[in-house]
Design a binder for this molecule. Structure first.
Ligand code: AHR
Length: 316
């Protein structure tokens, strides 16, 4: 089912199934693999669905092609996890003209007419960025470093993606009121380990005194840690460089537990079941909200050993 241009034809004998065409961003991160899995777990034949899944491999053009293919196959629903926010008006208008509801998941879109999509299920990326900033403020206070000059570098995710825009905005909002925080550079790490490592190595050569790394996903963090260790520096609790990460995939939380990462702000990948619930509601003729936020938490040294959060429901 993976790979652009690999969209399956709808078999005629599946008339009773609800046909859902899903356009996924790609497979850039551990988080994305878990996200794809949650979609595949939710839209099973046993649950009454025929899933047509397309992996766009980080190219918006592939997503547009997949959506057009879903329209020509007359699917019942289109589920889109958009790579970037802009550039969707035309193809979403085509879906609307064909009478096919579009449900956004994970990231969102910026369109002139909001009626081009029915609803969105995803993370509050701005709050995630704010959580990182508020944590850093408290941490520096606890350490008695709240008057020191603090040099920060930021590894950003895919340009134009809601996750990048929101986390950057949220963190910068908290940073701009701190007179002693210097954001030295915000660089594009593309949400990948390889790019995170490359950019971190470059930053370490350029700046002697980096105090904090804000890495907008765990994969970039894994790469950054390699670069930092190769430069002979230590990270995390009692280390030379404080590390703030996002996603909280299992390997990320493990690094919080062992003290190499200070904090991991969760981005919940388990979104398939919520999207499926929205489709069920629509099938039952219920009104749906325009936006649903999935439950998320922050993993710190103090709480990383605790059980998963109790909050299970989405909030509209
Ligand atoms: O849009 C969610 C982001 O995309 C995740 O933080 C990142 O790991 C993924 O690639």
């Amino acid at each position: 089912p993976f790979g652009s241009g690999n969209v399956q034809e709808t078999p005629a004998e599946d008339d009773n199934l609800i046909v859902v065409g899903v356009s996924q961003v790609g497979s850039e991160s551990v988080w994305r693999t878990a996200h794809t899995q949650s979609v595949q777990d939710a839209f099973t034949r046993a649950n009454g669905y025929l899933l047509i899944f397309d992996n766009a491999r980080q190219k918006q053009a592939n997503q547009i092609k997949a959506i057009r293919s879903f329209i020509s196959q007359q699917v019942d629903y289109i589920v889109l996890s958009p790579i970037e926010e802009t550039g969707w008006d035309t193809v979403l208008q085509e879906a609307k003209d064909a009478g096919i509801p579009v449900i956004l998941m994970d990231r969102t879109v910026e369109v002139a007419d909001d009626s081009l999509y029915t609803t969105w299920v995803g993370s509050d990326f701005i709050r995630e960025g704010q959580d990182a900033g508020y944590w850093l403020e408290d941490y520096l206070k606890e350490q008695g470093r709240d008057e020191d000059e603090i040099n920060i570098v930021v590894l950003q995710g895919t340009k134009g993606a809601t996750a990048t825009i929101g986390r950057t905005r949220g963190f910068n909002e908290t940073a701009k009121i701190q007179h002693n925080w210097n954001i030295l550079e915000q660089v594009d790490g593309e949400f990948t380990t390889a790019k995170g490592k490359e950019e971190m190595a470059r930053l370490l050569e350029k700046y002697e005194d980096i105090d904090v790394v804000v890495s907008q996903n765990d994969d970039m963090t894994f790469g950054a840690l390699e670069a930092i260790h190769a430069a002979g520096k230590t990270t995390g609790v009692n280390g030379d460089i404080t590390v703030i990460s996002f996603d909280a995939v299992d390997a990320g939380v493990e690094l919080v537990r062992n003290g190499e990462i200070n904090i991991d702000v969760q981005c919940n990948p388990d979104q398939g079941k919520y999207v499926e619930q929205v489709i069920k509601d629509m099938e039952a003729g219920k009104e749906v909200e325009k936006a649903y936020y999935v439950p998320e938490r922050v993993y710190t040294q103090e709480n990383a050993g605790e059980d998963e959060d109790a909050a299970e429901g989405i909030s509209g």
